[in-house]
Each structure stands twice: as C-alpha cells, then as structure tokens.
Design a binder for this molecule. Structure first.
Ligand code: ZN
Length: 287
C-alpha cells in the first residue's frame, strides 16, 4: 500500500530542499499484520535527511539506508502483542533544520497458535529448569543486537532442511505436565539424524558453538537486524565470521541439547523480535 504524505508546511520544504517534489513517500507493508509476523516500512525523502527516528511498541525503530534518500526498517511483531491498532511515531529533521513529527497506524491481527504438550525423558529433563536456559537466552539476544549495515539476504528464504514440520512457530508448549511452559520461537523440521542443513539465505556466521540446552548451534546474520538460528545440530560445518551463501551446507541435523528426537530448530529474528520464518519462505520481504 502506497501512501503519499503531504506536508502541510510545503513552503518550508521549498526552502529546505532544492528539488521539485515536496512530499515524503511512505509505505508500510502490510497495513494489517499478524502476531509473530514481519512488518516493513519504506520511506523516501525528497531531500537528504539529517535525522530519521521512529518508535513502535515503545521501541526505537532502526532504519537502514537502501538507496539515495531511501530508508527501510524491518520489524517483528511480538507473539504477545495484543490484537489492536498501534501507532508508529515518526520524527524527521531535514538538513535545513526543519523538524516534522507525525504518526501512522498499524493493525495487529490475532493468530491462532497450536498448543503442544511434550514429555522430556528423565535424562534430559534437567534442561527444563537449567540455569543455562537463561544464560544461553541472554547470549543469543546479545548476538541479535549486533549491527550489520550490509544486506546479505536476497529474495525469498528457502527451507534449511528437508523433512516434516513437526512443530509450528509460536506454539504454546507445556513440558512434563506443567513443569515448564513457554512459546515455541521457531519451527521444527524433523528428519533423520545427519540430514543436511543449509543456509536459508546468504549471510555471515556470528555464532557457532556447543550449548547445553540449544545443543550444537549456529547463528547467521543476514544483515540489517535479520538473524537465523539453528539448534540441536549433530555437527556444525561452519566457523564464526565465515560468509555463507543461500543453499550452502552449514551443518547436520541432530538431537543435541533439549530435544526429544532428531530435528532442526530454525528461528528467525527481525530487529530483536522472533518472527515466523515460514513467512520469509513464502514471500520476498524487503524488496
Ligand atoms: Zn524448536
């Protein structure tokens, strides 16, 4: 959906910019977005901006320059966001010193998520309350904050492994009769141990290590705040700082860490929020 935002102070713009067009182009896709889905904001300015700021769900929105006077932000909608209308507040400052503030609205739609009950065998159930769960989570969130201005990914993502989707994104999970419960922050693809795991899109390896709960784990930065995580691998075949291309072999499926069988856990993170990776395989996001 394309929207042209006419600034009421056009005459000021004429002094600020020496170009013909006195308007900003702003496009928000989609205007109505589901919980755990991805939202893209495109902004085109008629002249160079000194500053561009936006705020959504009390978080600062990070814009990247994607062309001359063209900016883009890719945001994840939290799984727990209430289905209602939200404001995105924008604030820009032009080189001429003009400041403009305005807001746009976005509708968050309710999505239905699966409920799963899982039983973890006794030898692995210690992971459910393990102190490592917290430390690993913090470590992963820290990696997700890494700045990478370059965009590595291109077009649609591919599924990183062949197999059956054994658990969808966002499922409510109850382990060992309520001993622990949380939301599933990725998708699980089940297949034989040793099944090849490939990069769903291009990027750079920002983590490759053995973790107690997540098992053998790899994180790819696809650039500009987009990350993929792969857990419970049998083997990791890439090193930190290595660049990978879409379709490149990165590891083998396994059941290391907290896993009840051989599967790949694939998670996707956009601007610090976990999102449904399948959406990225169904359409191009950010083009
Ligand atoms: Zn999983």
């Amino acid at each position: 959906m394309q929207k042209k935002l006419l600034i009421s102070v056009i005459f000021l713009f004429i002094f600020s910019f020496s170009v013909q067009a006195q308007e900003l182009n702003i496009r928000i896709e989609p205007k109505s977005v589901g919980q755990g889905e991805t939202l893209v904001i495109y902004l085109e300015s008629p002249g160079t901006l000194k500053n561009l700021e936006a705020e959504f769900l009390e978080k600062e929105v990070r814009f990247y320059e994607v062309g001359k006077d063209r900016y883009r932000a890719i945001l994840g909608i939290p799984l727990t966001a209430e289905p209602e209308r939200y404001n995105i507040l924008f604030r820009i400052k032009t080189k001429g010193g003009l400041e403009i503030e305005w807001k746009e609205t976005v509708q968050v739609k309710k999505r239905v998520f699966k409920k799963e009950t899982l039983s973890i065998p006794p030898e692995k159930s210690k992971h459910l309350t393990s102190k490592y769960l917290g430390t690993e989570g913090r470590k992963i969130r820290k990696v997700y904050k890494r700045e990478e201005r370059k965009q590595f990914w291109e077009g649609r993502f591919i599924l990183p492994a062949e197999g059956r989707i054994s658990s969808p994104f966002g499922a409510y999970r109850v382990y060992n009769r309520g001993k622990a419960s949380w939301r599933h922050k990725g998708i699980d693809i089940a297949n034989k141990e040793g099944t090849e795991v490939v990069a769903p899109n291009s990027g750079i390896i920002v983590l490759s290590e053995d973790m107690r709960v997540h098992g053998e784990t790899i994180i790819i930065s696809h650039g500009q705040g987009i990350f993929s995580i792969f857990s419970h691998l049998k083997e990791r075949l890439v090193r930190k700082r290595e660049e990978v291309e879409r379709g490149q072999l990165i590891g083998l499926m396994g059941q290391t860490g907290l896993a009840t069988g051989a599967h790949l856990h694939w998670g996707l993170c956009a601007s610090g929020t976990v999102v449904d990776p399948l959406e990225w395989t169904k359409k191009k996001i950010g083009d």
